[in-house]
Design a protein around this ligand. Structure first.
Ligand code: MG
Length: 138
């Protein structure tokens, strides 16, 4: 069992990766981790989940957005995204920019390895994330 935490901006939208690669990445996550994938983005906080609208506005295919909306679980956090992470479980957190204070929390939990940092300027990034998720097996 592995939890997947997904940022959106700089990871799924606003990135150099081609849409087809982002779709492939999301299809794999939906197929492989349907019960343990969580939004970890400013579009889902304070108990409000705007992820589907935002993804659709940014050009993700509607059928895929609908499946994401049904499958990816919302999180509740206020100041730091790390508030929403379950440190008792292995996880992969796909994000393009962590706060220093979020890095500090990861260090406290010896969980720095859980972050897969996404470079939004790298047009191979979605492919690299997909290869990484496939490589960790589970
Ligand atoms: Mg981001």
């Amino acid at each position: 069992m592995m939890n997947i935490y997904l940022d959106i901006d700089g990871v799924l939208v606003g990135t150099a990766s081609p849409m087809s690669d982002i779709v492939d990445l999301l299809e794999y996550i939906l197929e492989r981790f349907p019960h343990s994938t969580y939004w970890l983005t400013t579009h889902c906080r304070w108990g409000s989940n705007q992820c589907a609208q935002w993804l659709e506005q940014n050009g993700l295919p509607k059928p895929l957005v609908d499946r994401l909306h049904r499958t990816v679980r919302p999180t509740h956090w206020h100041t730091l995204k790390t508030e929403a992470i379950d440190f008792s479980m292995p996880f992969v957190w796909l994000d393009d920019a962590l706060l220093c204070s979020e890095r500090a929390v990861l260090r406290q939990h010896h969980a720095q390895d859980g972050v897969f940092l996404m470079d939004s300027w790298d047009d191979q990034m979605a492919l690299k994330a997909l290869a990484y998720l496939k490589s960790i097996g589970d």
